[in-house]
Design a protein around this ligand. Sequence first.
Ligand SMILES: *Cc1c(COP(=O)(O)O)cnc(C)c1O
Length: 222
Amino acid sequence: MNEIAENLAVVRNSIPRIDDVTLVAVSKYHPADKIREAYDAGQRLFGESRVNELEAKAAVLPADIGWHFIGHLQTNKVSRLLRIEGLALIQSIDSLHLLEEVEKEASRLGRTVQVLMEVHVAQEETKYGFNPDELISWFESRGFEQLSSVRIAGIMGMASNTDNEKRVRDDFKSIAACFKEIKTRVPQLQGFDTLSMGMSGDYLIAVQEGSNMVRVGSAIFG
Ligand SMILES: *Cc1c(COP(=O)(O)O)cnc(C)c1O
């Protein structure tokens, strides 16, 4: 077994209830031949954070890969991103302006796009995303009913970048609470089922706090 296949097996085996948790292998900055090794080991979902890089990789890798976009998306790149056949999910909708742009482009291209809304709870100032209360209010005001080409499948969030496990756990609790609150207050929301949280350093804590999608990069690709 090569190292990537081994790492993948270690990560998969470490996740309790792996059948209920979707593992997205974050391949940003890693070349296509490394992604190929993970693919050959059975991995089919990959996360990328730049449109240029994703375009180049999607062009040379198998068509049955599902690509997740996980980085900050500039509105002027939306059109190119939506033209990538294997695009499966945009995890990082971090503003209503971006959401509207994705809706507009998706409807222009006649395709439906699955997205997650990105929630910001971490202590770092620089991260993008919605404040949980703002996001809950937006759902309550039925903002999503204006969308015809975008399906909101859930939310994505990151914990603070710290060794303080309590802080990380509390961040995941806040993200999970936001997810539950939206589901409770807007029960008619269809297909709102994905809670994406957890990266290489904290995915086990995230899964304990209810995550059903983890985005793991360095623990797989080094
Ligand atoms: C890079 C990145 C990851 C993966 O991080 P690792 O620590 O390498 O596992 C997950 N989510 C997002 C949004 C990222 O940008």
